[in-house]
Design a protein around this ligand. Sequence first.
Ligand code: F6P
Length: 323
Amino acid sequence: MKRIGVLTSGGDNPGLNPCIRAVVRMGIHMGLSVMGIRRGYAGLVGGEIHEMDARSVGGIIGRGGTILGTARCPEFYEPKGRKEALRTLNRFGLDGLVIIGGNGSLTGALELYRMGFPVIGVPSTIDNDVNGTDISIGVDTALNTILDAIDKIKDTASSHNRAFLIETMGRNSGYLAVASGIAGGAELVLCPEEETTFKEVVETVEDAYIRGKAHCIIVVAEGWQPGTQELATHLRERQEELGFSVRVTQLGHVQRGGAASAFDRILATRLGAASVRELSAGNAGHMVGWVKSAIKLTPLEEAVAFDKELSPSLLELADIMEK
Ligand code: F6P
């Protein structure tokens, strides 16, 4: 193996730049030439490829976003798009590829591998729903961003005696909501993995008021049904009986920006470096994950077979702490 490529795909997060840096520097350390592919699979289909040297990744470890850009690319999910991608890889003389992304991006990696191209995946998504890794790149930083917001909102909530609905990201996954709810001492967490009725939410808010709390913090995962706005309307209609008045904060994309935490920088560096080692050791078709504090290889097929389940013990802990 002489020349490898690296791309970032899907939703960005602050761990991407540290990971790109690790791939480039480990590649150079191993005597490989490393090519950066812009805008994920879109750049692979369109041939947006350039050589990267050690200096090209200087100073990026603490920068959010991705210097390579990222995209969600529908063309790649069609056979024609994938054929174009393969043509580009051959045209630029690439012998292997590191793909950094979440479930959708890793499914694309598997497709390329099945077409005979040596690919290795690195799990990166704030949702923490990739199989074969205890934690994905980006999760820790997003969690710390959410926690900072919860702590700040608590200050204003207590001053005004308010109930707050704080919405975290996670279209299909409640990990961020549950973990930040535990860390932030929330009165209630609502996530897609657990059914909670409006009646139960009303009871929690009333109970917090009666017990003399100064606030009631409810963390709601984006994917929780029937949804944050619907719940807010329901609570506002009952404001008199609740005791607290109600406000909503949707954290949105602020959760994906900023500088990576120390944990994410180290995780991204470990996984990025391991991806290059494993690719040149002939372990294409795998994802490099972090399991029980060590690098673990998982076949891409297994990694993308289904979304990782939210730990029942974490969910149980959140329920117990919500008092
Ligand atoms: O998959 C990561 C994620 O941040 C989800 O939590 C969220 O639902 C989604 O991406 C948002 O995607 P976009 O940035 O394309 O709106």
